[in-house]
Design a protein around this ligand. Sequence first.
Ligand SMILES: Nc1ncnc2c1ncn2[C@@H]1O[C@H](COP(=O)(O)OP(=O)(O)O)[C@@H](O)[C@H]1O
Ligand SMILES: [Mg+2]
Length: 302
Amino acid sequence: MSDMNISYLDQSDAVKARFDKLKQREVILEVKGLGKTYESHQGPVSALQDINFKTHRREFVCVIGPSGCGKSTLIRILAGLESHNAGEVLLDGKPVNGPGRDRGMVFQGYTLFPWLTVKKNVMFGLEVNDAGRNEAESQARQWLELVGLSKFADHYPHQLSGGMKQRVAIARALANQPRILLMDEPFGALDAQTRARMQSHLLEIWKNIDITILFITHDLDEAIFLADRILVLKAHPGEVQELIEVPVPRPRSAMQITSPEFRATKARLEALIHPPAEQPEHDEEAITPKVIRLTDVADNVE
Ligand SMILES: Nc1ncnc2c1ncn2[C@@H]1O[C@H](COP(=O)(O)OP(=O)(O)O)[C@@H](O)[C@H]1O
Ligand SMILES: [Mg+2]
């Protein structure tokens, strides 16, 4: 193929200009020397070690890495739901030491209140924060419109598909107007088609409002499709391997998956996440697959 020589580091002028502008924007989130060790019966487990990165305003950062590398630990620390042992997390320059409405969360599991309607679910955070009832209701309607669910305002969560539930979760998280949206594999439980639709939908929402997004996934295509930059973690302990600037231009479309930039980025991610397995030296069976003949009519006719 003609694109074989293209590197994920090659950026078109437009992409380069976009990154230059992005890096001039204010820093929303700064993670400095972050470390986390869990105490377990087998002794201490180092989940994260010396994590450093910055996220700029309206940036879309994806975090990928093998299972168990500390992705959920990282996002829970950022959300203020988990403590850390080293370093610090700064949101708008202020240390994060607990949960706060300046951060919105969307998880993989459906976390809507089943006894509340869609609209009431979105209003929930608004009401507890003392916005007037009418004001909260009109705001909730606006957020539901943004996620395309106006018609379902009075439905209950069990009447919605998985994708629709996650849209309500996104509306609910955004309704409090957080500085950053933290998403931990939010589309992981959805079928492939719904997942692709939700990815496009999320980009559409992101384009229309002033929000910075930190999105965890282990799906490489999803990370490339969504992100400005991808933070690649490695396991045991979770450390930053690389922070990749995605060279795929915006606006993104599903067609780009076959583009040279997309493929070069994916090849790089694959090399980082799934390094080629070492061949066992003395295990013939692992190298030469056995050919098992099940039926072969031609051979049986003698
Ligand atoms: N509450 C806990 N107690 C002890 N070890 C934990 C706890 N939560 C996570 N871990 C360990 O920390 C590491 C990172 O876990 P996690 O952040 O869930 O990874 P990921 O989300 O990337 O799969 C794993 O080795 C996991 O077993
Ligand atoms: Mg996880």
